[in-house]
Design a protein around this ligand. Structure first.
Ligand code: WT7
Length: 704
């Protein structure tokens, strides 16, 4: 197992769900454990009728012919049905008389005079920029950007790459794609140019939407510059981006271009460069504001989202329209007790660049007609109280964040949240990695004031939405456990033979039946789809493949799930999935590095930290007399990784070795390296000694 959950505290309390009134709700959608159990039972026994009822909450242009086609591992949901995701999130609310209600509440990061909103009485000298976007405005904006994309040659079925900051236009860009039937492929703004180019090429995407920058911790993230770099990298591989649509967010000077032309900086690098850059606002003003929502087949691709795997190349996870939208609509409503009126304001602090943002900032929320809050920046800008300040000023009712953030808040101290009145909160969510009981209790007591139920939601990019989670009014919670399966999810802990294990036996997490939000494929790679998810574990009786999540877990005597962590070569760093091989590939692309092996180690805040063992090329040493394995080289390698992959992949430690320990068949002994890495607290400052694995390697050569 690649990760250890930090359980310093023995926490055995069980927390009963509170009464709805005590958190300001009229009622819970599911009010007792018994009711949940009956509902779950029905959803598994009669999936067709259960999911048909759920799908009816959406608006369909054409009703489906039947609910499910299941040819393992291929599922088709709501077969023959036609709908549009943007229509379901936007237009239908306008048509039913809710056009002037708020769909998005956005807060920018800067709190300085540039926004010109002096705010006496606010915690900050100047109030941040705040925008409230109604459904009617969304309808107009998604129509304009839909038309803009069409003008740039985007057709139904094309993939549009999106690399933007957390601004309303990011949501608009995604919904605009959905509106015209193009699939979006969002790349998190923290990734490096290489991540953009490798994903755009994999998806054969010819249009990129970006911004001139975004604000993060007071600095400008150079998004447009990164896109230019990616465009150059792509042209070298003969993949030409036709158009880049640029939102003016920061208004900073670099790099300039005339709307509709090839930027000078690109031409300078390659006179034949033909990628045209356009200003978002210029096109949006020019085009028509009428753009009908394309009628999409239920199984048409809604989006691609790349996620890390155990090989170097990220996988493009395919989600389709009808099933995904139904699943996120249902799971969002039940897990967070969403009630479509204007009294709730939901805030998920994840970036839209991750699946959490797709499902629970955007599609699950707006399809339920619940306003969703977006915040552009960092939790510690201008000070450590920013999140709590946002919750109290906007009166957030449901808050959803990651354990790594909670641990950071704990470290900053209760004096920050204690300054704010957060009595508007009702439900608190956690996502991304196992939450350690200390963090759970802190969240419950300090943020939730012991009133708010905590929903620890276990799921993945591939599952589309929650697959194991408490329902806030029904499920008693145990800190550290994600509790019980979502409705419609037939989850189990099994051994390699697919046999279900008894209470408290560690095993593999599988889902035995299809569900509407499941991935439909890995883009352009059928083989990976099968081998990664369906090839390993089968129903011992029928031979039908089970979906395997690559997590190890156990169920306790109450049937509660406890996720132990990944069993493959990916690690969770601050809740972000990262393939060890991605970091290794980045390291070996540096001139000094011969071989690299990357492992995860328990980290107090990040969950897992990254330790890289590196051997050097003798040719490099020869060519660079005086250079040696030292802190200077460590720093160089660290920034090289940041440049190649993104800042989140920076190793916490780089350890130089003479050679890497390998088995006789030449496999790197990762388990040994993990033990070595976990055993030492600090980076060795001794710059001359290299690790010598020869003895241990010989001792353990036969173990792996
Ligand atoms: C992996 C999926 C879920 C959306 C964001 C991450 C881990 C996620 C939990 C949780 C224990 C969790 C698993 C999973 N994970 N949530 N509540 N408890 N582990 O999506 O990047 O696809 O990562 O995150 O290891 O496999 P992702």
């Amino acid at each position: 197992m690649s990760e250890n959950v930090q359980t310093l505290l023995k926490e055995t309390r069980k927390f009963q769900p509170p009464l709805a009134e005590s958190v300001g709700f009229e009622k819970w959608h599911v009010e007792s454990l018994d009711e949940y159990k009956k509902l779950h039972e029905r959803s598994i026994q009669h999936p067709d009728t259960f999911w048909a009822e759920e799908a009816q909450r959406l608006s369909w242009f054409k009703h489906w012919d039947h609910v499910l086609d299941w040819n393992p591992p291929d599922a088709k949901w709501f077969v023959g049905g036609k709908l549009n995701a943007c229509y379901n999130c936007v237009d239908r609310h306008v048509q039913s008389g809710h056009g002037d209600e708020c769909a998005l509440v956005w807060e920018g990061e800067p709190v300085n005079p540039r926004t010109n909103h002096p705010a006496p009485g606010s915690a900050y000298a100047h109030e941040p920029e705040i925008r409230r976007v109604t459904y009617r405005e969304l309808e107009e904006q998604t129509s304009r950007i839909g038309n803009a994309l069409k003008e740039l040659g985007v057709q139904k079925g094309d993939v549009v790459t999106v690399y933007m900051p957390m601004v309303p236009e990011l949501a608009i860009a995604l919904l605009a794609c959905a509106r015209i039937g193009a699939a979006h492929s969002v790349i998190f703004g923290g990734f490096a140019p290489h991540a953009i180019s490798e994903r755009a090429i994999d998806a054969n995407s010819k249009v990129i939407i970006t911004a001139d920058g975004g604000f993060r911790r007071g600095e400008i993230v150079p998004l447009q510059k990164n896109v230019e770099e990616a465009v150059k990298q792509l042209a070298e591989k003969d993949h030409h981006i036709n158009h880049v649509l640029v939102l003016k967010r920061t208004g900073h000077e670099h790099p300039k271009f005339e709307g509709g032309t090839v930027p000078a900086s690109l031409k300078a690098a390659d006179p034949k460069a033909k990628t045209k850059f356009h200003w978002w606002h210029e096109i949006a003003e020019r085009v028509s504001s009428a753009c009908p929502c394309e009628s999409m087949d239920s199984e048409d691709m809604l989006f691609l989202l790349y996620t890390s795997g155990s090989t170097g190349k990220p996988k493009g996870i395919v989600h389709t329209t009808g099933g995904y939208l139904t699943f996120v609509n249902t799971s969002a409503r039940l897990t967070f007790n969403l009630v479509p009126d204007t009294s709730q304001l939901f805030w998920c602090s994840a970036d839209i660049g991750w699946i959490t943002g797709h499902s629970y900032v955007l599609y699950g929320l707006l399809s339920n007609r619940i306003p969703s809050l977006l915040y552009e920046g960092a939790p510690n800008f201008p000070d450590n109280g920013r999140f709590w300040d946002i919750i109290s000023r906007h009166k957030v009712t449901q808050f959803y964040t990651a354990p790594t953030a909670i641990r950071t808040f704990m470290k900053w101290g209760t004096e920050w949240p204690d300054k704010y009145n957060m009595s508007s909160l009702s439900v608190l969510g956690s996502v991304g990695e196992p939450i350690n009981p200390e963090a759970w209790i802190w969240y419950h007591e300090t943020i939730g004031k012991k009133r708010c139920p905590i929903v620890d939601t276990y799921w993945q990019t591939e599952t589309g939405g929650h697959v194991v989670t408490p329902l806030p009014g029904a499920t008693p919670t145990k800190p550290g456990s994600c509790t019980l399966p979502m409705v419609g999810i037939d989850a189990a802990i099994v051994n390699e033979a697919g046999e279900e294990l008894g209470a408290n036996k560690g095993g593999l997490f599988v889902i035995r039946k299809p569900w509407p939000g499941m991935l439909r494929g890995v883009y352009g790679n059928r083989e990976r789809f099968i081998s990664n998810y369906w090839g390993r574990i089968k129903d011992p009786k029928t031979g039908t493949p089970f979906y395997f999540s690559a997590d190890g877990a156990r169920r306790d005597e109450d049937g509660y799930f406890w996720v132990q962590g990944r069993v493959d070569d990916v690690i969770k760093v601050s809740g972000h999935l990262l393939g060890t091989m991605e970091v290794e590939s980045a390291l070996v692309s540096h001139a000094a590095v011969a071989e690299a092996a990357v492992v995860g180690v328990p980290h107090e805040i990040k969950g897992s930290g990254i330790v890289a063992f590196v051997t050097l090329k003798s040719a490099w040493a020869k060519a660079n007399p005086g250079r040696q394995p030292d802190d200077k080289l460590r720093a160089e390698l660290t920034s090289h990784v940041a440049k190649e992959v993104g800042a989140l992949a920076k190793p916490d430690q780089i350890r130089f070795a003479e050679s890497l320990p390998k088995t006789r068949s030449g496999k790197i002994m990762r388990r040994l390296l993990r033990d070595v890495a976990a055993g030492v607290e600090k980076i060795t400052q001794d710059t001359t000694t290299l690790e010598d694995f020869s003895v241990v390697a010989k001792l353990r050569a036969d173990e792996e």
